[in-house]
Ligand binder design. Structure first.
Ligand SMILES: Nc1nc2c(c(=O)[nH]1)N[C@H]1C(S)=C(S)[C@@H](COP(=O)(O)O)O[C@H]1N2
Ligand SMILES: [Mo]
Length: 232
């Protein structure tokens, strides 16, 4: 896709959004070559779904989509795990690094239309953090809390999937502050607003709580393959 059609698609999305506040700053993204885009059009994931979800375009690099940053220094990082659990706890960066670490290569999909393929992360599976917390509800929700009151949520069964993690390393280097460093949540199979940057807390609750963007017109289920962009 050339830059002009990328722009018109973004403009279209903004119009399609109607009264909802649009996510991110206007700008042109460096999309992959046309040849690569043609190949990707037929590529499938292991689960049989299309590699690039409908209405998305692959880009070369992660974009900085803004947000109000938390502290940059790992020394100042605190994660509070609380709510309806048997074992509440609070940890710093060093203790987070003592949890089992996972290396994950995944694709992420921003609701504004860009998809970053093969991003290489290192982090701690949310399942490991939940195991230590021992949630009491069977079918609860994970409220992911971040700096300055940003929140988002996913069902607990989604949160336990092996590709859901708190990431601290991207492409072998510490996660840039602009992209949520020192630690952000990554939920690859939901639109990227579910991946809270500058994470501060994991709250387990039997009732869901609408997150920052979800309250502003974006879908709470946020499945990119169903194009669940806006709430209805
Ligand atoms: N704390 C926080 N996390 C956030 C956001 C935010 O504004 N604040 N924006 C979300 C949105 S809409 C997107 S697309 C991604 C952008 O992440 P990036 O800037 O690393 O591309 O972060 C998500 N996580
Ligand atoms: Mo986004």
């Amino acid at each position: 896709m050339d830059k002009d059609s990328t722009l018109s698609r973004r403009t279209f999305l903004a119009v399609a959004a109607g009264t909802v506040v649009t996510i991110g700053l206007p700008g042109l993204f460096a999309t992959v070559s046309e040849a690569r885009e043609r190949d990707l059009a037929t590529e499938l994931r292991k689960d049989g779904r299309s590699r690039v979800p409908p209405g998305q375009s692959a880009v070369e690099e992660i974009e900085n989509m803004g947000g109000r940053p938390g502290p940059a220094d790992p020394e100042d990082f605190r994660l509070r795990v609380h709510g309806e659990i048997e074992n509440p706890y609070e940890i710093g960066f060093k203790e987070l690094m003592e949890f089992p670490q996972t290396d994950i290569v995944c694709d992420v999909h921003c609701v504004t239309g860009w998809t970053l393929l093969d991003s290489a992360w290192r982090g701690v599976p949310v399942s490991a953090l939940l195991e230590r917390a021992r949630p009491t509800p069977d079918r609860g929700f994970l409220i992911i809390q971040a700096a300055h009151g940003y929140t988002t949520s996913i069902p607990l069964d989604e949160a336990r999937k092996e590709n859901v993690f708190l990431g601290h390393t991207l492409s072998g280097t510490p996660l840039p502050h602009a992209n949520g460093g020192p630690v952000r949540a990554v939920v690859p199979d939901r639109y990227f607003y579910k991946s809270a940057k500058w994470v501060t807390g994991l709250k387990i609750a039997s009732r869901d709580e609408r997150g920052y963007w979800e309250k502003r017109g974006y879908s709470n289920s946020a499945d990119p393959w169903k194009e669940e962009r806006y709430s209805r």
